[in-house]
Design a protein around this ligand. Structure first.
Ligand code: NI
Length: 164
């Protein structure tokens, strides 16, 4: 990421997609997992909230849930937390950084990462976990909203045969 405006534009689109996914969750669905050893839908959803909060490691100051906070068992609480932390983070990037800050490095898990790389990682990492979530959502019998295009459910809505 070489430009704060470009990041915010892309990030805001990604946030909207994530909000659609989180908005589709039900409280009962949060327990859905492939096996008990794997992360549940609720754990993955909360991981997306906390991965934004983790960006405070990049010398950004913004409000978000504490790491000690228990994972909420309410889908609407997770959505509200996501909305709050994603907006606070975006405001912090816009108001606390200039383009030069994108080249500043921070130690992330023992490696030096430029902030621009961390922003790119945030987007890709979120998309990765969102993909995992949609599989669990399907298993939980939830309608899948449109992410990057139609899903099985929205093809049906449009009176089309879902593509295979
Ligand atoms: Ni992760």
């Amino acid at each position: 990421m070489l430009n704060i405006e470009d990041f915010c534009e892309q990030w805001n689109k990604e946030v909207q997609i994530t909000e659609r996914v989180l908005n589709a969750l039900t409280d009962a669905s949060l327990k859905q997992s492939i096996t008990e050893q794997h992360r549940s839908l609720g754990q993955l959803a909360w991981h997306l909230v906390m991965s934004i909060q983790y960006m405070s490691m990049l010398s950004l100051s913004f409000e978000g849930p504490s790491r000690e906070q228990k994972i909420p068992d309410s889908a609407s609480v997770i959505l509200d937390s996501y909305r709050g932390v994603s907006r606070a983070f975006t405001d912090a990037v816009k108001s606390q950084w200039t383009e030069k800050d994108l080249y500043v490095s921070h130690d992330i898990a023992g490696e030096a990462w430029r902030n621009g790389e961390s922003l790119q990682f945030l987007i890709v990492h979120q998309a990765h976990h969102r993909g995992q979530m949609t599989v669990l959502m399907r298993q939980a019998g939830i309608r899948i909203p449109e992410l990057y295009g139609p899903t099985y459910d929205t093809w049906i809505d449009k009176g089309m045969d879902p593509l295979v």
